[in-house]
Design a protein around this ligand. Structure first.
Ligand code: SF4
Ligand code: FES
Length: 238
């Protein structure tokens, strides 16, 4: 275990841990949006900034991807950190002005107005969480970042229907600003942002549609399950 301090409080974490996860485990809140414990940290939203002092030198860094080290001192609420964090939340709000979570976070940080031009046509904050979950947890690799700078966006390959998407909805759940969207109508499920519509399978027992055929076939193939494994839905099986 590695020992260090956060805001003067002694904490401990495993060798490969990062500051944010140790802080959250210890009940110390650091604002964050693109961190999710099920995927590798990426440092995209920059909201989790902290100040770290090591060997007498101090620097600002994102805490979700900063590896813990023996004896470092971490400060989560210095004036420098709070100022930078307010600027970041303003920038994020300008990318996704209508989002309630961002609005609440901004209000909590004392941000009363957004000085940056609102990008009305944009809503994604480019946190990359949807693609990381799709790659690292689901294994579907259906979406990716495209372009650079102002034109950077998260899209399916070539901006067309995401042909690898199994419509599991994991991206919909993890998106911190809720801009992906899923709809179910009759026997179809659509992941709106990735323009992916798949036919769903109905349960042999209750008759309800419960998951897309494409998704179930992929799971069966991967886990080498018998052909009839998903004939009955999860509810009727339990
Ligand atoms: S769609 Fe949502 S999860 Fe994906 S990059 Fe944009 S904000 Fe992040
Ligand atoms: S949570 Fe650390 S950069 Fe987003």
């Amino acid at each position: 275990m590695i020992s260090f301090s956060i805001d003067g409080q002694p904490v401990e974490g495993k060798e490969d841990a990062h500051i944010l996860e140790v802080a959250l485990d210890a009940g110390i809140e650091i604002p964050h949006l693109c961190y999710n414990e099920s995927v590798k940290p990426y440092g995209a939203c920059r909201l989790c900034l902290v100040e770290v002092t090591r060997k007498g030198r101090s620097k600002m860094t994102t805490s979700c991807n900063y590896p813990i080290m023996e004896g470092i001192e971490v400060f989560t609420g210095t004036e420098k950190v709070l100022r930078a964090r307010r600027m970041i939340i303003e920038l994020l709000l300008s990318m996704c002005p209508g989002d309630k979570l961002l609005q609440e976070m901004a209000a909590g940080m004392g941000v009363r107005e957004v000085r940056f031009k609102k990008e009305e046509e944009k809503d994604c904050i480019l946190c990359g969480l949807c693609a990381r979950v799709c790659d690292e947890v689901v294994g579907a690799h259906a979406i990716q970042f495209a372009s650079r700078g102002d034109r950077r966006e998260m899209i399916p390959p070539f901006g067309e229907e995401a042909m690898n998407c199994i419509a599991c909805g994991a991206c919909v759940v993890v998106c911190p600003v809720n801009v992906i969207g899923m709809k179910e109508e009759g026997d179809e499920r659509t992941i709106l942002r990735w323009k992916r519509t798949l036919k769903m399978k109905s349960c042999k027992v209750c008759g309800n549609y419960f998951a897309p055929w494409f998704q179930l076939d992929k799971f069966k193939e991967k886990a080498k399950l018998p052909k009839d494994f998903y004939d009955v839905c999860y509810t009727c099986r339990s």
